[in-house]
Design a binder for this molecule. Sequence first.
Ligand code: ADP
Ligand code: TYD
Length: 202
Amino acid sequence: MRGKFITLEGIDGAGKSTHHAWLIDFLKRQGREVVATREPGGTPLGEKLRALLLSEPMHIETEALLMFAARREHLDKLIQPALAAGKWVVSDRFADASYAYQGGGRGLAPEKIMALESWVQAGFQPDLTIVFDLPTEIACERLAKTGNAPDRFEKETQEFFERVRNTYLQRAGAEPGRIKVIDSRESISNIQKLLENIIVSS
Ligand code: ADP
Ligand code: TYD
């Protein structure tokens, strides 16, 4: 039986990495074979593209094209084969991030993103997407506390992240069956319970 494809989304600092690790562990405890991955990245070539995307200044269309180039490789080399083998795949980000960051954040026309999406994904979509939603000022405070050097996206303005956040919420409103929103102001343990409920009822 084909596995399930779950993606985690949200603005930087919303808690994806924290809950990605927990979710993988939870699914394994349920007896699933699980593959943990991320975007941009997930393959040797994708990780090279990630390094460029997170550091090099570039035209917004170059940025969108490289995100989808990495995604093409990710689908072909990792996501599709794992799902076909019955494994579950949990990715820290996928195509909703392109709509939120390149579309909402940078202002690239959604039609251009849709064209790339239909070329690269040919109708393929996650079975379940979880958006970790957090006010931008709290995300910014949480990121500052980590002490990690900000990458090219994390250096963006609060207005940029407001647009990214709003795009995620608009997409969740338009596709409530696939996209579930979690309030990331909740404690980590409460969020784990919410995640468990979403997985069990999906
Ligand atoms: P992301 O991967 O979305 O950028 P992280 O998972 O790295 O976010 O979380 C950013 C920081 O916020 C980390 O230091 C993490 O420990 C902390 N954090 C995550 N979730 C919560 C939460 N629900 N409450 C308080 N702090 C949190
Ligand atoms: P992120 O996944 O947040 O990694 P980390 O938690 O290690 O910082 O970093 C990836 C960045 O890439 C993030 O700022 C969002 C951005 N991104 C896009 O702009 N478009 C996309 O399609 C994807 C997948 C990511």
